[in-house]
Structures are given as structure tokens and as C-alpha cells.
Design a protein around this ligand. Structure first.
Ligand SMILES: [Zn+2]
Length: 232
């Protein structure tokens, strides 16, 4: 039958293993949320890219309508101009027409710029669509992998818990009583290995007498951190 050191070392290993699994299980929802957010951002970017092209088209249409209205207005001025016999009125109409022509030219420039931009953005849509599709499959894969990992973690945890209980049962009764009391009070801070003469939890040196007692398989608490010691 192994002495307490071997058993305590194994219990320490199992407790750390279980704690590590619990941490991984706890982190899973946050990891999933990060990936979800990443996908949502990409979907949003794709939607915005389409929306932008739609807005450009709408803007062009509005400007075309405005140009037509301005052209109609110019025709009206030209008619008045032909009928005008008054120098001052003639000059005013000429100025109005010139102003309307500037207005049309400005709109035409804007339409050309929007057309170029629209063509450029449209040419990039397949790439955006591809990236979005990839983000969707990546997320689905991540979700599937995470689900599998979580199942494995849960199974590992159950197995480790059973193993831990079975191992705890092999402790001599007096040691087990002390160990159980410490677990209740200190949880993960119950055990510590001694390497050389150093408590590996708090890095305090133990006395030579403690060391020789540990070597004789007596149980001992660290005088500094109160953990139950075992020789590594
Ligand atoms: Zn210590």
C-alpha cells in the first residue's frame, strides 16, 4: 500500500486537472460569444456594402430627376428670352440660365463619380460575399468543435472525480480526516509538493526535521501557507 505522499501527489494532480477542466468549461460561453460577434460584424459589413451601392443608385436617380427639371426650367427661360424686349430682363434670364447650367454640370460630375464608385464597390461584392460565407462556415465549425470539446471535458471531469474519490478512499483514516477538513476550508489551496526543502506553493523552506518526517511518510502542514505537504 502506497504511503500518503504518493496518494496526496496523485490527489493534487487530479484536483488541478479537474480545476483546469472547470475553467475551460466556464470559458466556453465567452469564447462562443466572441466568435458570434465576429460573424455578426462580417454580416453587418456585407449588408453595409450592399446598402452603400443602393444609396449610390438612389443618389444618381435623384440627380437625374433634378437635371431633367433644370433642363425644363432652362427651356422656359429660353422661351422668355426669345420673347423679351427688355434689356434688363434679357440679362437676368441669361444669368439664370448660366446658373442652371452650372447646376447641371455639377450634378453630372457627381453622377459620374457615383457611377465609378458604384462599379468599384460592385466589383468587390463577390469578395465580400466569399468572406461572409467563410465566416459562416468558420463559426459553424467552431460551434461544433466547442460542443465536442465540452462533451469531452465533461466526460473527463466525471472520470477524474470518480478517480479522485477512489483515491481519497485509500488515504489512512487520520490523514483523510485532516485532508477533508482542509479541503472544506481551503479548497484548491489544500495541497503542496515539497521540492528539495521548498514548499512549491509558497516557496518557504521547511525544516530538516520536517523533511525527515515527510520522508518517514508522516503528514505535515507547511508552517507558512498551511497546505498539507507531500514529497515530490
Ligand atoms: Zn507553503
Amino acid at each position: 500500500m502506497p504511503g500518503p505522499a504518493v496518494i496526496l501527489k496523485e490527489l493534487h494532480r487530479l484536483r488541478r486537472f479537474i480545476k483546469d477542466l472547470e475553467t475551460k468549461i466556464e470559458q466556453a460561453p465567452r469564447q462562443l460569444a466572441i466568435q458570434q460577434k465576429r460573424l455578426a460584424n462580417q454580416e453587418e459589413a456585407a449588408k453595409a456594402a450592399h446598402e452603400h451601392i443602393t444609396q449610390l443608385a438612389l443618389g444618381m436617380r435623384e440627380k437625374e430627376v433634378s437635371i431633367k427639371a433644370t433642363q425644363a426650367q432652362i427651356k422656359k427661360y429660353e422661351k422668355q428670352l426669345a420673347e423679351s424686349g427688355n434689356k434688363k430682363e434679357y440679362d437676368t434670364l441669361k444669368a439664370e440660365i448660366a446658373q442652371e447650367l452650372v447646376h447641371i454640370a455639377k450634378h453630372e460630375d457627381a453622377i459620374l463619380a457615383a457611377m465609378a464608385e458604384s462599379e468599384e464597390k460592385t466589383s468587390k461584392l463577390p469578395e465580400v460575399e466569399k468572406t461572409t460565407q467563410k465566416a459562416r462556415t468558420d463559426f459553424a465549425q467552431f460551434e461544433k468543435d466547442l460542443e465536442e470539446r465540452l462533451q469531452r471535458f465533461a466526460a473527463d471531469k466525471t472520470r477524474a472525480m470518480e478517480e479522485m474519490q477512489a483515491t481519497e478512499a485509500t488515504l489512512a483514516e487520520d490523514v483523510r480526516t485532516q485532508y477533508t477538513r482542509l479541503i472544506a476550508a481551503k479548497g484548491m489551496d489544500t495541497l503542496s509538493g515539497v521540492q528539495g526543502k521548498i514548499c512549491s506553493a509558497c516557496y518557504t523552506e521547511i525544516t530538516s526535521q520536517m523533511l525527515s518526517e515527510l520522508k518517514r511518510e508522516m503528514t505535515m502542514l507547511c508552517k507558512n501557507c498551511g497546505r498539507m505537504l507531500y514529497l515530490e
